[in-house]
Design a protein around this ligand. Structure first.
Ligand code: PXP
Length: 255
């Protein structure tokens, strides 16, 4: 059976490479590589959505990239963003298809790295409501911790993105334990009526270790795809990861 997993391709690191050379020359006509061009190639190559993170320090994606992505791509734009007034206002202006709230400031980060939704419930609920008032679907990037998942549900967010960094960085039995944590968190999120996404550190090598996690709908993958693209080209890099993703069955296929 074909995979129902959606692939969101994160193009931040295309912009990282551009900024490495052109940071001081933002208007250069030849500023390359172009993240918008990469997004268009990714779409042609099977990406279901494009993810980009406008960081407060603008280290890779720039404001103009977000506006251009919104107007030029044909798949949904998933806008990764910190929960700050400046970036929320930009999201309200751009109106991406979805917004994934992520930690950017140290105090927003739990020990493992996801957003501390439980600890900032008032601020995050307010941001979720503001974004939703414009029709933007909201995802919260959290560690696979039940308290955090329940807090996500209480904000009214439609989705969680489970942080797979600890899983990806582990090996052997520790990785299996991390996969079990993700599976448990996915059950809780699904039980709360939220869409379950996942991302961070996923590769063709580790992805199948997630196959025991039910209810996954979307994976957001950046670093590995862009790294492979340097070696084999973006279309092939996307084809490689899709081939592995096609082995996944969510357990929700009958729905
Ligand atoms: N999802 C979220 C919320 C992220 O912050 C990132 C990293 O930008 C990713 C997915 C993609 O992670 P990676 O680049 O390791 O694939």
């Amino acid at each position: 059976m074909a995979s129902s997993l959606h692939l969101g391709v994160n193009i931040d690191h295309v912009a990282t490479l551009r900024q490495a050379r052109y940071r001081a020359m933002p208007g250069a006509s030849l500023a390359e590589p172009c993240p918008i061009e990469a997004a268009l190639v990714a779409e042609e190559s099977g990406a279901d959505s494009i993810t980009a993170h406008l960081r407060a320090d603008r280290r890779h994606i720039q404001d103009s990239d977000i506006h251009e992505l919104k107007s030029r791509i044909s798949t949904p734009l998933n806008f990764e963003m910190g929960v700050t007034r400046e970036i929320v206002d930009i999201a309200l202006e751009v109106v991406p298809h979805s917004a994934c709230l992520v930690p950017e400031l140290r105090e927003e980060v739990t020990t493992e790295g996801g957003l501390d939704v439980a600890g900032q419930i008032v601020e995050i609920t307010a941001a979720v409501e503001e974004l939703q008032s414009k029709g933007i679907r909201v995802s919260l990037f959290v560690d696979p911790v039940v308290e955090q998942i329940q807090a996500c549900a209480s904000t009214g967010a439609e989705m969680v993105e489970l942080h797979t960094g600890a899983f990806a960085n582990a090996t052997g039995d520790v990785r299996k334990v991390e996969a079990l944590r993700l599976a448990g968190a996915a059950e809780v999120a699904h039980g709360c009526g939220m869409q379950v996404n996942a991302g961070h550190g996923l590769t063709t090598e580790n992805l199948s270790g997630l196959f025991g996690v039910r209810h996954l709908v979307e994976l957001n993958i950046g670093h590995h795809i862009i790294s492979r693209a340097v070696m084999v080209g973006l279309p092939k890099a996307i084809a490689e990861i899709r081939e592995v993703m096609d082995g996944y069955l969510s357990g929700d296929e009958e729905n």
